[in-house]
Design a protein around this ligand. Structure first.
Ligand code: PGA
Length: 252
């Protein structure tokens, strides 16, 4: 059975002290009331070591939001997959549209990052999704398929077990405009079919596909009720413990 997951993506928010306070609050809330899904928080690099330690006996796993496309060496300012792993983090988010757009991460660069993350024992939350213009032209399926082919469909079946897909329509990220549950389900089912074409039906059934883009406590129950939506990747609503908990509760 595939995992149900609610993952936070803090993006470039929270100082170290603020991050510790938020993670502590979440840890306490989820210790008092066990979640019905896997809970992950994706944080800036500076939080990883402290939060991995703070959360080590909790139900919350820690994820980086990026890693370098080089293994080590003279790449000033970069953080390698091995370094991320050494903090105790279990996951890394790769392929987010903000990194593709603002930091010019191409499919080739993302492929290198995915390979290094897996080689170093990290699990990858790999993001795909179309822009508004692409959606208006009806290109969403072609875009998602191309993004999978460009960076993750070269993986072996064994490696694929460590991949979680996040479908995040760019027009829904941080805009308050969510895809309807029907729109999201339609493309999630298509993504699962693409996975089945490469890895077979059984592995596709076991792949978790998350929805991201203005997901909140009020719309999560409807989104998560769809057969091919296995949880969410949450930006804005992961920055306050009660909001994030509200989404986790959608699995109750
Ligand atoms: P949002 O961001 O929930 O703030 O729309 C989602 C994401 O970018 O992962």
């Amino acid at each position: 059975m595939r995992k149900k997951i609610v993952a936070g993506n803090w993006k470039m928010n929270k100082t170290l002290q603020e991050g510790v306070a938020l993670a502590t609050e979440l840890k306490d809330i989820l210790a008092a009331e066990k979640p019905n899904c896997e809970v992950i928080i994706g944080t800036p690099f500076i939080h990883l070591a402290t939060l991995s330690n703070l959360l080590k006996d909790s139900v919350i796993a820690v994820s980086a939001e990026n890693c370098a496309n080089k293994a080590s060496g003279a790449y000033t300012g970069e953080v390698s997959a091995a370094m991320v792993k050494s903090t105790g983090a279990e996951y890394v988010i790769l392929g987010h549209s903000e990194r593709r757009e603002y930091y010019h991460e191409t499919p080739e660069i993302l492929k290198e990052k995915v390979d290094l993350a897996l080689e170093n024992g990290l699990k990858v939350i790999f993001c795909i999704g179309e822009s508004l213009e692409q959606r208006e032209k009806g290109e969403q399926e072609a875009v998602c398929k191309a993004e999978l082919e460009g960076s993750v469909f070269h993986l072996t079946p064994e490696q694929w077990k460590n991949i979680v897909i996040a479908y995040e329509p760019i027009w829904a990220i941080g805009t308050g405009k969510t895809a309807t549950a029907e729109q999201a389900e339609e493309i999630h089912a298509f993504i699962r079919k693409c996975v089945a074409d490469v890895y077979g039906a059984e592995m596709a059934e076991d792949t978790s596909i998350l929805y991201g883009g203005s997901c909140k406590a009020s719309n999560a129950p409807e989104l998560f009720s769809k057969p091919d939506i296995d949880g969410g990747l949450i930006g804005g609503a992961s920055l306050k413990a009660p909001d994030f908990k509200g989404i986790i509760d959608a699995w109750k």
